[in-house]
Design a protein around this ligand. Sequence first.
Ligand code: SF4
Length: 312
Amino acid sequence: MEKKSYVYGPVPSRRLGFSLGIDLIPYKLCPLDCIYCQLGRTTRLTTRRAPYVPVRDVLAELEATLRTVPPPDFITLSGSGEPTLHSGIGPLIDGIRKISRVPVAVLTNGVLLGEKDVQTGCLKADVVIPSLDAGDEEGYFRVNRPMAGLSFQSLVEGIRLFRGLFQGEIWLEVMILAGLTDSDVEVGKIASRAREIGPHKIHLNTAVRPPAEESARAVSFQELERIAAVFQPRAEVIFEPPVEKVSPGITMDKVLTALERRPCTIQDIALVSGISPVEVVKIVEGMMRENRIRRILKSGRPYYAAPPEGTL
Ligand code: SF4
């Protein structure tokens, strides 16, 4: 499958500072169809691992990009679906080590972490960030909508097994959704499963970006802070990217590539491009007039995204 680009960013990440993303999976292959997914609904539910994109091409593009951007804080395997579906994660991380000293993170839904081949590849990373958004089977089906044959118990068990093998850090990400997983009972169940896994850090997130389904509603920052205290270790609330760093020298083409992967605010774009927010507003308005990007309102807050495929 042909892709325009495998490397995007650096984009400001709420966990990883400035993160240079690698997109290993065609839109949108994933074993889950999370209601909060900022990429939209899953178009192909699958657990089939394959060399979806050529590792050699990804490494060549990464090497070229690293020469033109300020050093990122992380190189992150993520993108348009579940990155552990790529069967060449291990060789890819080996290749990254040869061309860069930047730490490597893997953002994953954790579904395949119990599989030996996936473990072998992910063990090479510095940080693995699996998701745990529910405390039982029912919640898992409501929030993550897994493909047939997957179970909540095997998800937890897979992450727990990997935790026992991994020399790097596990940062568990928990998405809290209003009316679904924010009650004391649901939070208690998630916290209990998280304790079984024993991650180094727990990050609480909420649906601040436009979700796949309107039913995925954000909780307030104050509510997340309250919920954070239920977890052991105490969870950290991740809400907004850090604002103190700018990343000069990024072209608007790179910004457009980032917008193809996820919607961003004016502030996000300003941070990525190093252009002042006032200038960004002017550029964004011009791009909207040309229909190169579109505006989405989420909780009354504007985000900007690439138009849906086929509308240009
Ligand atoms: S949020 Fe991640 S795991 Fe969930 S559907 Fe989207 S890509 Fe898949």
